[in-house]
Design a protein around this ligand. Structure first.
Ligand code: BTN
Length: 265
């Protein structure tokens, strides 16, 4: 039996239940991979796949995503997009913001966002990764299929290359699993609807308010190569990263950001 009971989830979703078509499984290779397959076969917008265990969980940039069933929540949501694909810029930032807001509504504190879409917890040991987001796109004759994969740590993994946190570190008590998933799906649906109508612009102030590395010295890397370094000025209305470099302010659409130890030379 999967940890998510669909009847309990429907109750927790209340009036939002009709917006989602949820499937819960004990295990699969990757909820993103399975949902992309279902999308190609015609699954509707609002389809959700939640798995206790993934044998080939995917992270950003081809990295694996490893999680343990009791200590994490892993799911993917399919969102169909019929507008111009160019307007999808900023979507992954909107998703990060939706997660932060949903968790804050359940009592989480100390959350922050890192460009483009990491949800972090500012703890005693520094900024620790709480959740990962992987947005994958495909297209069919109806438009774009947007699969939004979320891996949320409930308790911090024991072994990790990164500094990691769990929701238990940010909340006085861990929320009940069905309430948690319902809150995340509800906030995602509301945020995605606003994003569909108006793009990232109306979400930008709330994203900026949670931006953890504002005005910090950072390096931007792409495939291990240094692309740029400078002071992090947050994001523009399209979700592009703004860096104050020696050559002036520049905007970037991709890359991996890290804090520059010791500031700028
Ligand atoms: C990251 O590298 O930060 C993104 C990790 C995203 C992991 C989630 S878990 C649910 C969904 N299914 C996957 O295979 N990956 C995403």
């Amino acid at each position: 039996m999967p940890l998510i009971d669909l009847t309990l989830l429907r109750q927790a979703l209340g009036p939002m239940a009709g917006r989602f078509d949820v499937d819960a499984v004990d295990s699969c290779d990757s909820t993103n991979a399975r949902l992309l397959e279902r999308a190609a076969a015609g699954a509707p917008s609002g389809s959700v796949l939640v798995a206790d265990r993934q044998s080939a969980g995917r992270g950003r940039r081809g990295r694996p995503w490893v999680s343990s069933p009791e200590d994490s929540l892993t799911f993917s949501l399919l969102w169909r997009w019929s507008a111009d694909p160019a307007r999808l810029a900023g979507l992954s930032l909107a998703v990060g913001l939706a997660l932060a807001r949903a968790l804050e509504s359940l009592g989480a504190r100390g959350l922050g966002l890192k460009w483009p879409n990491d949800l972090l917890f500012r703890g005693a040991e520094g900024d620790a990764k709480l959740a990962g987001i992987l947005v994958e796109l495909a297209a069919d004759r109806r438009g774009m299929q947007v699969v939004i994969g979320i891996g949320l740590n409930l308790r911090a993994p024991q072994v990790s290359e990164q500094i990691v946190a769990g929701l238990a570190d940010c909340c006085p008590a861990l929320p009940e699993r069905h309430q948690l998933l319902a809150a995340l799906l509800t906030e995602l649906a509301q945020t995605l609807e606003l994003f569909s109508r108006e793009g990232f612009t109306p979400l930008r102030p709330a994203w900026q308010a949670r931006h953890l590395w504002q005005d910090q010295a950072v390096c931007l890397l792409e495939a291990g190569q240094l692309l740029a370094q400078g002071l992090c000025r947050g994001v523009d209305a399209e979700g592009a990263l703004l860096l104050e470099t020696a050559a002036g302010q520049q905007r970037f659409l991709a890359g991996d950001l890290s804090l520059r130890p010791g500031g700028l030379p």
